[in-house]
Write a protein that binds this ligand. Structure first.
Ligand SMILES: Cc1cc2nc3c(=O)[nH]c(=O)nc-3n(C[C@H](O)[C@H](O)[C@H](O)COP(=O)(O)OP(=O)(O)OC[C@H]3O[C@@H](n4cnc5c(N)ncnc54)[C@H](O)[C@@H]3O)c2cc1C
Length: 286
């Protein structure tokens, strides 16, 4: 039986990662059952301390890494602001308020969303991070300043890194005024939503070919996010594209698997520099 522990402070995180040879990181663990399993000696989650500081004038918020998206959006809404994270499936349009995924989990996966073209994504919103490195060093990168010119922006490496580089404990984010947010961009295809089988994201250059190739199997698409919602058999791998990823019931470990050799190589190199002992999320992308 693997131990599950919750940590609240950086000191508690340091204690856990120093005490274990391998550590699996989770936020709300909402993808625990639909992703490649990570085997480690302990599972570490960051307890939510919610919103720590919100500067309404400067449009900056400091949140605990374990805070849920719903928690953050509800707190920001009281001051007319939000993180402009659009739904990533058409039928989630009315459910944005129950997103129980954590801020750290979301930015570590960096999935496409339906306001991305207009409002950017985690790479644009994250201004700074507090991180506990695998050797137990606590680091702060970035700051509350929207324009920061101090050296290499290490925080950006953590976006999409799937918990392989360090434990995120706090996140500084840009906020946006709710007034004037655009509408999510979803177009309906000819398939039926109840038959949804697979969500596939392609490179923008492959998107048009994929859209045509799926024909009647296409339920919906988000062209700005190059994302397709498809009703075909999930195990049918006829239309794969370089750099795409897919997600679906029945795909098991293939969900979100990284196929692009360039991306894999980059992740591998960063891992070797930041976590040479391969302590965090071992096997996440190999
Ligand atoms: C099509 C689609 C629809 C979705 N719809 C919804 C929805 O309606 N509601 C909803 O809540 N979610 C939804 N999700 C899921 C959501 O996008 C994310 O999967 C989820 O929010 C991630 O958050 P989590 O806290 O559960 O992350 P986890 O599953 O716990 O972790 C995700 C990754 O982040 C890493 N990680 C977690 N915490 C840390 C940390 N502190 N430091 C470093 N790395 C860390 C983990 O190791 C893992 O690799 C949907 C996803 C997709 C693709």
């Amino acid at each position: 039986m693997v131990n599950w522990v919750k940590a609240r402070t950086e000191a508690e995180i340091v204690d856990v990662i120093r005490a274990h040879p391998t550590v699996k990181l989770v936020g709300s663990d909402s993808c625990g059952t639909w992703r490649r399993p990570v085997n480690a000696s302990v599972v570490l989650g960051i307890e939510s301390c919610g919103v720590i500081e919100h500067d309404v004038e400067d449009q900056v918020v400091v949140v605990s890494a374990g805070a849920t998206i719903a928690e953050v959006q509800q707190a920001l809404r009281k001051r007319g602001q939000c993180i402009p994270l659009g739904p990533n499936v058409p039928d989630a349009l009315d459910r944005l308020d129950d997103w129980r995924g954590s801020v750290a989990g979301q930015l570590s996966l960096n999935l496409p969303h339906s306001l991305q073209a207009e409002c950017g994504s985690w790479r644009d919103w994250v201004l700074g991070l507090t991180i506990v490195r695998p050797d137990g060093t606590v680091c702060k990168c970035g700051s509350k300043a929207v324009k920061s010119v101090a050296g290499y922006d290490v925080a950006k490496l953590f976006i999409g890194a799937r918990g392989t580089l360090g434990v995120i404990s706090q996140v500084i984010l840009r906020t946006f005024p709710i007034r004037g947010l655009p509408q999510p961009d979803f177009n309906l295809g000819s398939g039926l939503w109840s038959h949804a089988g697979r969500i596939q994201r392609t490179l923008s250059t492959d998107f048009e070919a994929a859209r045509i190739a799926y024909g009647d199997h296409l339920i919906a698409f988000n062209s700005k996010g190059s994302t397709l919602y498809i009703s075909c058999d999930v195990t049918d791998q006829s239309f794969r594209y370089p750099g795409d990823w897919q997600l679906g019931w029945g795909l098991g470990e293939a969900n979100l698997s990284i196929e692009d050799p360039t991306v894999k190589r980059l992740m591998e190199r960063t891992k070797t520099i930041m976590d040479p002992s391969r302590k965090l999320n071992p096997g996440e992308f190999e």
